[in-house]
Design a binder for this molecule. Structure first.
Ligand code: SF4
Length: 333
């Protein structure tokens, strides 16, 4: 069983009906997270990456597609079987203070998953919570304080302690450091990496910040309008991006210069054009309305995610260069 990935999503689709039409939030996303590894999902706001996070944990149900966790059919699980699987999958949210109940003490907030899953109570519960706090750099002195009494970085440590409470195999980090100052970000990222080294946790790491995703991820998936457009080894994809959208994201970050503050500027501000509406997405390649190297065929032909040497890319030009007719989709800085 250990040779199988911990988590697999196959051809996930999620469409939401709204008063203005059907939002095609996720369209055929497949991904696989090995044990003890990190898969990063990066893209602008509206790319569907947070919807993938919620689908992965079955916080929302897919329109279609399959989910497997540790070899089990997560998509079909219900009742006690689903609760057992859920204990092994947790999430850390973006807003560290806002995601904690303001009326709960740290003891209650971090201990809640242990109570819900009937894993501890009384003095054993308090002892377990102190252990969890110590793993994230806090301690017994914090047990009876409230979320608003902590800085953003400390509150996120509490969120991580809460996520660790049930001993999960997978933690989904949904923009988990986006709200933090750069120096605090680095501390929290290093904490997450240390916890992975100690416990072999897998992460699905979702962020709009390329530098953060590169630092954390073994594999990077770049999402655009509900689809993965490029996927491969994190360093390779960000050092030598092939899809025109990934190139645009990477060159935008480089253009911003080396300052940490600039590098944290949201992707949505740094690239040209806007993400089209997911209610009526473009025909053909969904990126063609912003692509600097689009061809007439791109308006009608949808490029599948194809395997090329060292990665998968959904662009007809990248595919053609591997047939010997290299038309490198260079994006001007
Ligand atoms: Fe651009 Fe066409 Fe490639 Fe889409 S398929 S990314 S529009 S060149």
């Amino acid at each position: 069983m250990n040779g199988t990935p911990l988590f697999e999503a196959h051809d996930l689709v999620k469409h939401f009906r709204t008063g203005r039409g059907t939002v095609q939030a996720v369209n055929g996303v497949s991904l696989s997270i090995p044990r003890g590894r990190t898969v990063g999902l990066v893209g602008e706001s509206g790319s569907g990456k947070s919807t993938v996070a919620r689908l992965a944990l079955r916080l929302i149900e897919p329109t279609s597609g399959a989910l497997r966790f540790d070899g089990a059919d997560l998509g079909a699980a219900s009742g006690a079987a689903l609760r057992r699987l859920r204990r092994r999958m947790q999430i850390v949210f973006q807003d560290p203070v806002g995601s904690l109940n303001p009326r709960m003490t740290v003891l209650q907030a971090v201990g809640e998953p242990l109570v819900v899953h009937r894993m501890a109570r009384g003095q054993e519960l308090a002892d377990r919570v102190v252990e969890l706090l110590e793993r994230v750099g806090l301690g017994a002195r914090d047990l009876h304080r409230y979320a608003h009494q902590f800085s953003g970085g400390q509150a996120q440590r509490i969120g991580i302690a809460r996520a660790l409470a049930t001993g999960p195999d997978l933690i989904v980090c949904d923009e988990a450091v986006s709200a933090l100052d750069v120096s605090v970000q680095a501390q929290v990222l290093n904490l997450l990496r240390r916890l992975q080294a100690e416990s072999g946790i897998s992460y699905l790491f979702i962020a709009h910040d390329l530098n953060v995703v590169r630092y954390m991820s073994d594999e990077v998936c770049v999402m655009y309008l509900g689809e993965i457009v490029e996927r491969g080894d994190g360093d390779a994809v960000l050092r030598d991006p092939r899809h025109p959208y990934t190139r645009m994201l990477v060159s935008a970050v480089r253009d911003l210069g080396p300052s940490a503050a600039a590098a944290r500027r949201p992707v949505a501000e740094a690239v040209t054009g806007e993400v089209p509406s997911a209610i009526d997405p473009p025909d053909g390649c969904r990126f063609h309305t912003r692509c600097p190297v689009a061809e007439p065929e791109c308006h009608t032909e949808r490029p599948p995610l194809r395997t090329v040497p060292d990665r998968d890319v959904a662009c007809r030009l990248v595919d053609s260069r591997d047939s010997g007719d290299r038309r490198d989709p260079v994006v001007s800085p």
